[in-house]
Design a protein around this ligand. Structure first.
Ligand SMILES: [Zn+2]
Length: 249
Protein backbone atom coordinates (compact mmCIF):
# COMPACT_ATOMS: atom_id res chain seq x y z
CA UNK A 1 0.00 0.00 0.00
CA UNK A 2 1.52 3.30 -1.08
CA UNK A 3 0.16 6.49 0.49
CA UNK A 4 -0.09 9.19 -2.16
CA UNK A 5 -1.76 12.52 -2.77
CA UNK A 6 -2.19 14.65 -5.89
CA UNK A 7 0.33 17.41 -6.51
CA UNK A 8 -0.95 20.90 -5.84
CA UNK A 9 -1.97 21.71 -9.47
CA UNK A 10 -4.04 18.48 -9.69
CA UNK A 11 -5.71 18.77 -6.31
CA UNK A 12 -9.40 19.60 -5.74
CA UNK A 13 -10.63 19.15 -9.27
CA UNK A 14 -14.00 17.84 -10.45
CA UNK A 15 -13.70 14.13 -11.34
CA UNK A 16 -15.99 14.61 -14.35
CA UNK A 17 -14.68 17.75 -16.06
CA UNK A 18 -11.33 18.34 -14.36
CA UNK A 19 -12.24 21.90 -13.42
CA UNK A 20 -10.84 23.25 -10.16
CA UNK A 21 -13.58 23.41 -7.53
CA UNK A 22 -13.85 24.32 -3.86
CA UNK A 23 -13.45 21.42 -1.47
CA UNK A 24 -16.50 20.21 0.41
CA UNK A 25 -15.64 17.75 3.15
CA UNK A 26 -13.45 14.71 3.23
CA UNK A 27 -16.01 12.37 1.67
CA UNK A 28 -15.90 8.73 2.76
CA UNK A 29 -12.31 8.82 3.96
CA UNK A 30 -9.38 7.11 2.30
CA UNK A 31 -9.59 4.81 -0.70
CA UNK A 32 -7.37 2.26 -2.34
CA UNK A 33 -6.69 2.04 -6.07
CA UNK A 34 -5.22 -1.15 -7.47
CA UNK A 35 -1.92 -0.41 -9.24
CA UNK A 36 0.41 -2.65 -11.30
CA UNK A 37 1.92 -5.18 -8.90
CA UNK A 38 5.49 -5.68 -7.83
CA UNK A 39 6.18 -9.24 -8.93
CA UNK A 40 3.64 -11.37 -7.10
CA UNK A 41 2.86 -8.62 -4.60
CA UNK A 42 -0.32 -6.69 -5.17
CA UNK A 43 0.06 -2.94 -5.01
CA UNK A 44 -2.48 -0.29 -4.03
CA UNK A 45 -2.34 3.48 -3.99
CA UNK A 46 -3.94 4.82 -0.86
CA UNK A 47 -5.26 8.38 -0.80
CA UNK A 48 -8.03 10.57 0.49
CA UNK A 49 -11.09 11.12 -1.71
CA UNK A 50 -12.51 14.50 -0.71
CA UNK A 51 -15.60 15.95 -2.31
CA UNK A 52 -15.66 19.17 -4.29
CA UNK A 53 -18.47 21.42 -5.49
CA UNK A 54 -18.27 21.80 -9.26
CA UNK A 55 -20.34 24.65 -10.75
CA UNK A 56 -21.52 22.28 -13.48
CA UNK A 57 -21.65 18.83 -11.84
CA UNK A 58 -22.52 19.71 -8.25
CA UNK A 59 -20.99 17.89 -5.28
CA UNK A 60 -18.74 15.14 -6.62
CA UNK A 61 -15.70 13.17 -5.51
CA UNK A 62 -12.50 15.02 -6.42
CA UNK A 63 -10.68 13.48 -9.34
CA UNK A 64 -7.63 11.30 -8.69
CA UNK A 65 -5.01 12.07 -11.38
CA UNK A 66 -3.80 8.44 -11.35
CA UNK A 67 -7.24 6.92 -12.09
CA UNK A 68 -10.09 7.26 -14.54
CA UNK A 69 -13.31 8.66 -13.08
CA UNK A 70 -15.28 6.05 -11.16
CA UNK A 71 -12.51 3.44 -11.29
CA UNK A 72 -10.80 1.72 -8.35
CA UNK A 73 -7.85 0.81 -10.58
CA UNK A 74 -5.01 3.11 -11.63
CA UNK A 75 -4.71 4.21 -15.25
CA UNK A 76 -1.44 2.23 -15.52
CA UNK A 77 -3.17 -0.94 -14.30
CA UNK A 78 -6.11 -0.44 -16.68
CA UNK A 79 -3.87 0.26 -19.67
CA UNK A 80 -1.86 -2.87 -18.91
CA UNK A 81 -5.06 -4.92 -18.55
CA UNK A 82 -6.40 -3.65 -21.87
CA UNK A 83 -3.11 -4.43 -23.60
CA UNK A 84 -3.16 -7.97 -22.23
CA UNK A 85 -6.81 -8.51 -23.19
CA UNK A 86 -5.98 -7.57 -26.78
CA UNK A 87 -3.37 -10.32 -26.84
CA UNK A 88 -4.79 -13.17 -24.79
CA UNK A 89 -8.16 -14.48 -23.65
CA UNK A 90 -9.66 -12.23 -20.99
CA UNK A 91 -9.92 -15.24 -18.66
CA UNK A 92 -6.11 -15.69 -18.83
CA UNK A 93 -5.52 -11.96 -18.35
CA UNK A 94 -7.76 -12.05 -15.28
CA UNK A 95 -5.68 -14.85 -13.73
CA UNK A 96 -2.40 -13.09 -14.54
CA UNK A 97 -3.60 -9.78 -13.10
CA UNK A 98 -5.37 -11.51 -10.25
CA UNK A 99 -8.64 -9.74 -10.80
CA UNK A 100 -12.05 -10.83 -11.99
CA UNK A 101 -13.33 -11.18 -15.51
CA UNK A 102 -16.14 -8.76 -14.61
CA UNK A 103 -13.65 -6.12 -13.43
CA UNK A 104 -11.74 -6.54 -16.70
CA UNK A 105 -14.91 -5.97 -18.66
CA UNK A 106 -15.48 -2.63 -16.91
CA UNK A 107 -11.82 -1.70 -17.49
CA UNK A 108 -12.10 -2.41 -21.21
CA UNK A 109 -15.21 -0.26 -21.48
CA UNK A 110 -13.37 2.66 -19.86
CA UNK A 111 -10.17 2.28 -21.90
CA UNK A 112 -12.01 1.78 -25.20
CA UNK A 113 -14.28 4.74 -24.43
CA UNK A 114 -11.28 6.96 -23.87
CA UNK A 115 -9.53 5.78 -27.04
CA UNK A 116 -12.67 6.22 -29.11
CA UNK A 117 -12.90 9.82 -27.98
CA UNK A 118 -9.25 10.70 -28.46
CA UNK A 119 -8.44 9.15 -31.81
CA UNK A 120 -9.92 9.88 -35.21
CA UNK A 121 -11.33 6.42 -35.82
CA UNK A 122 -12.48 7.42 -39.28
CA UNK A 123 -9.43 9.39 -40.31
CA UNK A 124 -7.15 7.83 -42.89
CA UNK A 125 -9.61 5.09 -43.86
CA UNK A 126 -8.82 3.76 -47.31
CA UNK A 127 -9.43 0.05 -47.16
CA UNK A 128 -12.04 -1.37 -44.88
CA UNK A 129 -13.27 -4.80 -43.93
CA UNK A 130 -16.57 -5.84 -42.41
CA UNK A 131 -17.71 -9.05 -40.88
CA UNK A 132 -20.05 -10.70 -38.45
CA UNK A 133 -18.80 -12.74 -35.54
CA UNK A 134 -20.90 -15.18 -33.57
CA UNK A 135 -20.55 -16.22 -29.98
CA UNK A 136 -22.57 -18.20 -27.45
CA UNK A 137 -22.76 -21.04 -29.94
CA UNK A 138 -24.02 -18.80 -32.71
CA UNK A 139 -26.93 -17.36 -30.75
CA UNK A 140 -25.51 -13.86 -30.54
CA UNK A 141 -23.72 -11.83 -33.17
CA UNK A 142 -21.61 -8.73 -33.39
CA UNK A 143 -21.12 -6.80 -36.62
CA UNK A 144 -17.73 -5.13 -36.99
CA UNK A 145 -16.17 -2.71 -39.47
CA UNK A 146 -12.37 -2.39 -39.40
CA UNK A 147 -9.78 -0.25 -41.16
CA UNK A 148 -7.04 -2.41 -42.68
CA UNK A 149 -4.49 0.40 -42.98
CA UNK A 150 -5.01 1.84 -39.54
CA UNK A 151 -5.56 -1.57 -37.91
CA UNK A 152 -8.40 -0.08 -35.92
CA UNK A 153 -11.90 -1.16 -35.18
CA UNK A 154 -14.06 1.63 -36.55
CA UNK A 155 -17.53 0.40 -35.70
CA UNK A 156 -18.94 -2.54 -33.79
CA UNK A 157 -22.40 -3.28 -32.49
CA UNK A 158 -24.31 -6.27 -31.33
CA UNK A 159 -26.70 -7.75 -33.82
CA UNK A 160 -26.75 -9.09 -37.30
CA UNK A 161 -28.38 -6.53 -39.47
CA UNK A 162 -27.69 -3.54 -41.69
CA UNK A 163 -27.86 -1.12 -38.79
CA UNK A 164 -24.12 -1.17 -37.93
CA UNK A 165 -22.92 -0.65 -41.55
CA UNK A 166 -25.58 2.03 -41.93
CA UNK A 167 -24.38 3.83 -38.79
CA UNK A 168 -20.85 3.50 -40.09
CA UNK A 169 -21.92 5.02 -43.43
CA UNK A 170 -23.52 7.87 -41.48
CA UNK A 171 -20.33 8.38 -39.44
CA UNK A 172 -18.32 8.80 -42.63
CA UNK A 173 -19.97 12.10 -43.46
CA UNK A 174 -20.08 13.60 -46.95
CA UNK A 175 -16.38 13.56 -47.91
CA UNK A 176 -14.80 10.41 -46.51
CA UNK A 177 -16.64 7.90 -48.78
CA UNK A 178 -14.84 9.34 -51.80
CA UNK A 179 -11.52 8.48 -50.13
CA UNK A 180 -12.41 4.81 -49.73
CA UNK A 181 -10.43 2.77 -52.22
CA UNK A 182 -11.52 -0.66 -51.18
CA UNK A 183 -14.61 -2.06 -49.54
CA UNK A 184 -15.33 -5.66 -48.57
CA UNK A 185 -16.87 -7.95 -51.14
CA UNK A 186 -16.90 -11.13 -49.08
CA UNK A 187 -18.39 -11.72 -45.65
CA UNK A 188 -22.00 -10.93 -45.06
CA UNK A 189 -23.77 -9.54 -48.11
CA UNK A 190 -25.94 -7.23 -46.05
CA UNK A 191 -22.80 -5.41 -44.95
CA UNK A 192 -21.23 -4.80 -48.30
CA UNK A 193 -24.53 -3.76 -49.87
CA UNK A 194 -24.77 -0.81 -47.50
CA UNK A 195 -21.10 0.15 -47.65
CA UNK A 196 -20.83 -0.17 -51.43
CA UNK A 197 -23.89 2.03 -51.91
CA UNK A 198 -22.16 4.78 -49.96
CA UNK A 199 -18.81 4.46 -51.77
CA UNK A 200 -19.56 3.54 -55.39
CA UNK A 201 -16.03 4.52 -56.50
CA UNK A 202 -14.32 2.00 -54.24
CA UNK A 203 -13.05 -1.35 -55.49
CA UNK A 204 -14.88 -4.37 -54.12
CA UNK A 205 -12.20 -6.68 -52.87
CA UNK A 206 -12.39 -10.06 -51.25
CA UNK A 207 -11.28 -9.72 -47.71
CA UNK A 208 -8.93 -12.58 -46.79
CA UNK A 209 -9.56 -11.92 -43.12
CA UNK A 210 -13.28 -12.46 -43.06
CA UNK A 211 -14.82 -15.78 -42.30
CA UNK A 212 -15.42 -18.01 -45.30
CA UNK A 213 -18.53 -19.35 -43.61
CA UNK A 214 -20.44 -16.16 -44.39
CA UNK A 215 -19.10 -15.83 -47.92
CA UNK A 216 -21.15 -16.45 -51.06
CA UNK A 217 -20.94 -20.05 -52.32
CA UNK A 218 -18.20 -19.62 -55.00
CA UNK A 219 -15.77 -18.24 -52.42
CA UNK A 220 -16.20 -20.98 -49.87
CA UNK A 221 -14.09 -23.22 -52.09
CA UNK A 222 -11.09 -21.05 -51.10
CA UNK A 223 -11.50 -22.08 -47.49
CA UNK A 224 -8.50 -24.44 -47.76
CA UNK A 225 -6.13 -21.62 -48.73
CA UNK A 226 -6.56 -18.25 -50.36
CA UNK A 227 -5.15 -17.66 -53.84
CA UNK A 228 -2.10 -15.38 -53.85
CA UNK A 229 -4.05 -12.53 -55.45
CA UNK A 230 -6.39 -12.45 -52.45
CA UNK A 231 -3.64 -12.69 -49.86
CA UNK A 232 -3.35 -10.13 -47.11
CA UNK A 233 -1.54 -6.95 -48.14
CA UNK A 234 2.06 -7.01 -46.94
CA UNK A 235 2.59 -5.77 -43.45
CA UNK A 236 -1.02 -5.80 -42.33
CA UNK A 237 -0.65 -9.02 -40.35
CA UNK A 238 -3.59 -10.82 -38.90
CA UNK A 239 -6.99 -9.36 -38.46
CA UNK A 240 -7.27 -8.40 -34.77
CA UNK A 241 -10.55 -10.28 -34.45
CA UNK A 242 -9.42 -13.37 -36.31
CA UNK A 243 -9.67 -16.54 -34.30
CA UNK A 244 -8.21 -18.95 -36.85
CA UNK A 245 -4.45 -19.64 -36.95
CA UNK A 246 -2.61 -17.24 -39.31
CA UNK A 247 -2.29 -18.50 -42.85
CA UNK A 248 -5.11 -21.00 -42.61
CA UNK A 249 -8.22 -19.76 -44.24
ZN1 LIG B 1 -17.37 19.28 -13.22
Amino acid sequence: MLAVRPGRPRRDRCSRCGRRAPRRGTGDGRRGWRAPGLGVTRCYLDAGAPRVTCPEHGVVVAGAPWARPGSRFTIAFEDQAAWLCARMPASSAAVLLRTTWRALQAILVRVAGELAGSRGRLDGLRRIGADEKAWRKGHRHVTVVTGHDTGRLVRAAEGRNQETPRQFSGDLGPERPALLEQVPAGGAERIHAVVAEKAPGAVMRLDPFTSSRGAPAPWTSFAGGWPASFAAPAGTGRHPLSTAPAGRR
